[in-house]
Design a protein around this ligand. Structure first.
Ligand code: FAD
Length: 557
């Protein structure tokens, strides 16, 4: 069996993981291991992100990170971890400029200054970009190049971390599944960073890649770490719904709404946002939580569009202006039979980002010795609602910190690997690889899980739905040991599905438990029976796992 040793192990190679690996090497770690269940730098959300990155660079107008912080705290509806939010806002400019030095190619004005545009919730033009559809790929490519040039970093793809190895209360490494060979791999590490991204893949309608099923939250909980703010899942309000769109991202409409002020209309063609407290007129200013709530309510009241969303219309914009703003995108839309000058499209909320996540301090350290987290896997910085453009800087800033502090800790600590502590995880992989007969497969339950989360723990929640979700999730968890797995070691999809279901069930239960426990509405968490925010509940919830594997949510004191 393959065994690897590392000073710093980074699990997940998106923006946060790659930056963490670079920073760990820069801080003196000589053996940095960067692994990913996909190809390094090509899985997860970073490579999919299209648009903008928020940082108080003050290139277009006076700005300061304290102003960015004030906007972030306001958007977070009173729940941001202010220390983490301050780190995010005040270190974003340094990371963005460093990415510029690494040739990411930020768009610039004619005067050579980095272009910064407005976005809802930001009090000034603060969001930079490479181009409106390629910012994420450019960020990922830049970090991949940098990682590739850093000798201390060893990269391994197709390796799924299935368990953290805990000895004497500390994380001492991990067990992973080599998906190509179907073999377990053990990794001893002095410090381990979880950078596995978010969980939006646990929802039927999502903007996620295949690898965003919440593995990192499950790994952290099982190792004894806490999660925070798990009830706050961000639904992107205007995900594309109809007509069918091939070869384009479902969240592509946002930058065009910024630029042109596309109008949101109910099924009868009436504007409705104002009825929900939006002050939007011609500019696009409504926050994501409010727009999601308004659209969901309109549809529930029977005022939606034919496919169960609302209309997004650009028909009031002269065709010349549309062509100038959309550029080549207008041709791609035409190939999909969409002519924005003549008809609206249908849009509806889509699960997009997880505000909650692993609880860390400002060093990105969890309460479990040896365990760090970075990027979307971390909770708290964005509270109950995230500002657009805050997630990529979060990945870069928290990644840099996690790598730097983990490397410093690894220098002081000694490796403490215990092969015995990894046996159960290794045996689990071997047993599953040999196959198991059964009537039900993980793939079937994954499908059911996504529908259940959408229907019962989606943008609008009520007690009956949450109770129903929790009892069905518990049944699914109980069924895990009996699920059918096809035999065969190499690239066995049913083995991968089993592990994905195991992680996604934990992530789903954490969200549902926290949602059930928060008996108010706030930001992205909306409860039918408790429509208002309760000032007495302006506190974060912690989620933990008991020795029996049960997930518990409780309000912090
Ligand atoms: C379509 C889309 C558009 C977006 N647009 C923007 C935007 O314009 N601006 C913005 O600020 N934010 C945007 N976001 C959000 C932002 O992209 C993410 O929050 C951010 O990139 C997360 O980075 P990360 O490194 O934490 O996670 P990711 O980039 O998701 O990387 C996580 C990595 O972990 C790997 N992984 C997961 N589980 C395991 C495991 N068990 N073992 C090994 N590896 C594992 C995955 O394969 C993946 O490569 C967008 C998100 C999406 C989905």
């Amino acid at each position: 069996m393959t065994h690897l040793d590392a000073d710093v192990l980074v699990i997940g190679a998106g923006g946060a993981g790659m930056y963490a690996a670079i920073a760990a090497a820069r801080a003196g770690a000589e053996r940095v291991l960067l692994l990913d269940k996909s190809l390094v730098g090509r899985g997860g959300a970073t490579v999919m992100a299209q648009m903008t990155v928020a940082a108080a660079l003050a290139e277009e107008s006076p700005d300061d990170c304290t102003l960015h912080l004030a906007d972030t705290l306001a958007a977070g509806r009173g729940l941001c971890d202010e220390t983490l939010a301050e780190v995010l806002c005040c270190e974003a400019p340094e990371r963005i400029r460093e990415m510029g030095e690494w040739q990411v190619g930020w768009a610039r004005r004619d005067n050579g200054r980095i272009a910064q545009v407005a976005a809802p919730g930001h009090s000034r033009p603060r969001c930079c970009y490479v181009d409106f559809l390629n910012t994420g790929p450019a960020v990922a490519a830049t970090l991949r190049r940098r990682v590739g040039r850093t000798e201390a970093i060893r990269r391994i793809g197709n390796l799924t971390a299935t368990d953290l190895v805990v000895a004497d209360g500390a994380v001492v490494g991990a067990v992973a599944l080599d998906s190509a060979a179907g073999e377990p791999v053990t990794i001893a590490a002095t410090a381990t960073i979880i950078a596995t991204g978010g969980l939006t893949r646990i929802y039927r309608r999502n903007s996620a890649s295949a690898n965003m099923g919440g593995d990192g939250y499950a790994l952290a909980l099982a190792a004894g770490a806490e999660l925070v703010d798990m009830e706050f899942v961000q639904f992107f309000p205007i995900g594309h719904l109809a007509p069918r769109l091939v070869g384009m991202d479902p969240i592509m409409w946002d930058p065009f709404r910024y630029k042109l002020g596309g109008r949101l209309l109910d099924g009868a063609g009436r504007e409705f946002l104002a009825a929900y407290g939006s002050d939007e007129t011609t500019r696009y200013t409504t926050s994501r939580d409010l727009a999601t709530y308004a659209i969901t309510k309109e549809v529930a009241a029977g005022r939606g569009s034919p496919h169960g969303g609302v209309y997004l219309s650009f028909e009031h914009i002269p065709p010349g202006e549309l062509e100038a703003a959309f550029g080549p995108v207008i041709d791609r839309l035409a190939q999909n039979g969409i002519d924005l000058a003549r008809a609206p499209v249908e849009v509806a909320p889509i699960a997009h980002y997880q505000m909650g996540g692993i609880a860390v301090d400002a060093r990105m350290a969890t309460a479990v010795p040896g365990l760090y987290a970075a990027g979307e896997a971390v909770g708290g910085a964005n509270g109950a609602n995230r500002l657009s453009g805050n997630a990529i800087p979060e990945a870069l800033v928290f990644g840099e910190r996690a790598g730097r502090f983990a490397a410093a800790a690894a220098k002081l600590d000694r490796p403490n690997w215990r092969a015995g502590a990894a046996v159960e995880a290794i045996e689990r992989i071997r047993a599953l690889r040999d196959g198991r007969a059964g009537d039900l497969s993980a793939a079937v339950l994954l499908d059911e899980l996504r529908g259940l989360m959408w229907d019962c723990v989606g943008p609008l929640r009520d007690t009956a739905g949450l109770d129903c979700a929790l009892s069905r999730l518990a049944e699914m968890r109980a069924a895990l040991p009996q699920l059918a797995v096809a035999p065969g070691p190499a690239a066995n999809p049913s083995l991968a599905d089993w592990f994905e279901l195991r992680g996604s069930l934990v992530a789903a239960e954490a969200v549902a438990q926290a949602a059930a426990a928060r008996r108010e509405s706030r930001g992205a968490h909306q409860r039918e029976e408790f429509p208002d925010s309760d000032p007495g509940l302006a506190r974060s919830q912690r989620v933990t796992m008991t020795a029996a594997g049960v997930i518990v949510a409780s309000l912090a004191a």
